[in-house]
Design a binder for this molecule. Structure first.
Ligand SMILES: NC(=O)c1ccc[n+]([C@@H]2O[C@H](COP(=O)([O-])OP(=O)(O)OC[C@H]3O[C@@H](n4cnc5c(N)ncnc54)[C@H](O)[C@@H]3O)[C@@H](O)[C@H]2O)c1
Length: 326
């Protein structure tokens, strides 16, 4: 039986991925520190859905706990480590930079060391579309220069890609970084715009529309992200002459179909059946006007591209939101 370590399993993406892998019968050891960045009850509710599986085991653990992570990895010798735990969110990185250094940098080296000593077959880790910063060339390609992050969050994700490359080079650990593009769906993250919008629209409160609505995002539905992660994890990068014998890879996973923020809001209004009260505001520091993923590598290497429309995806989210909160 395949054995996975999934970090951040009480988080949005980690929960969905764990559920998918558990349903297929593999063993999942998950950990999460259940921090208070957003509603802990939501994290606990996700966990209670996972706890029904006999092949699931949870540890409440912090990424900065070097010794426990090392022991966990050497004890289990995981086939796959899917590292999703992190301090997420662009805006919060301006308020609490240390949380990003602790979880995303110190935490990441602890995961790399765990993989090294635990002889993991493949480390797959979350990067982010935010590494593209304010790049103008679209769609964003993994070949593009990403040396100009405009938030500390983005800088930590880019640093993760560099650290992973180094460990792939030094210790031949196969690593794959996934640059996720605005992931949304049921059980989603309460700090993200689509969640805040839904809550406000239902309550008849105003929504904050930044950059006066002049933004485009490649919104990617959670089931597509899960399928992408599973397929990529099975495609273990090999060292060859072409890549200097370094088994490291980075992919974009995005819908490849950016949507205007105002269109996104309109679709959401239709799903909820109520108009939003819009408060138009300037751009926020650290935010980017546009994201658009080039996914040719993903299609060529693992034969997959996201396929869920925002109409379908937002409808599923709104149905979940109503059943969970109302
Ligand atoms: N959701 C998106 O749109 C998106 C986009 C790009 C990248 N990502 C990345 O994908 C990954 C998963 O994102 P998500 O949306 O599921 O976020 P999430 O916040 O819902 O999940 C992250 C989980 O990690 C846990 N965690 C945070 N710091 C920890 C620590 N120090 N020790 C142990 N656990 C810790 C949190 O409690 C949380 O449950 C993150 O690395 C995030 O940066 C997400």
């Amino acid at each position: 039986m395949l054995k996975y370590l999934i970090t951040g399993c009480a988080g949005f993406i980690g929960f969905h991925l764990s559920q998918d892998i558990l349903k297929k019968g593999s063993m999942v050891i998950g950990f999460d520190n259940l921090n208070y960045y957003y509603d802990v009850d939501l994290k606990k509710s996700r966990l209670s859905q996972l706890n029904v599986y006999k092949n699931f085991k949870f540890h409440q653990l912090d990424l900065t706990d070097q010794q426990s992570i090392l022991e966990l990895c050497t004890h289990h010798n995981f086939d796959y480590v899917i590292h999703l735990a992190a301090q997420a969110g662009v805006r919060y990185s301006l308020e609490n930079p240390h949380a990003y250094v602790d979880s995303n940098l110190v935490g990441f080296i602890n995961i790399l060391e765990g993989c090294r000593h635990g002889k993991v077959k493949h480390l797959v880790y979350a990067s982010s579309s935010s590494v593209y910063g304010a790049n103008q060339k679209i769609p964003f390609s993994t070949q593009d220069n990403v040396d100009h992050p405009i938030s500390l969050y983005a800088a930590t994700k880019k640093a993760n890609e560099l650290m992973a490359y180094t460990y792939s080079h030094l210790y031949k650990i196969p690593t794959t970084g996934l640059r996720f593009f605005t992931v949304y769906g049921p059980w989603g993250r309460p700090d993200m715009a689509y969640f805040l919008f839904t809550k406000a629209i239902i309550k008849g409160k105003p929504i904050k529309v930044f950059n006066h609505g002049k933004m485009k995002r490649d919104f990617t539905y959670i089931d597509d992200i899960v399928e992408g992660i599973v397929r990529v994890s099975e495609k273990i990068p090999q060292g060859s002459e072409l890549n200097n014998n370094v088994p490291a890879k980075v992919y974009n996973i995005g819908n490849n179909q950016p949507v205007e923020l105002m269109t996104f809001i309109e679709v959401l209004e239709n799903c909820i059946g109520k108009k939003a009260i819009k408060e138009f505001l300037p751009m926020q520091p650290g935010d980017v006007p546009m994201t658009y993923a080039d996914i040719d590598d993903l299609i060529n290497d693992v034969g997959f591209s996201p396929r869920t429309s925002i109409e379908e995806g937002l409808d599923k989210f709104v149905q979940w939101y109503k059943s969970f909160y109302l």
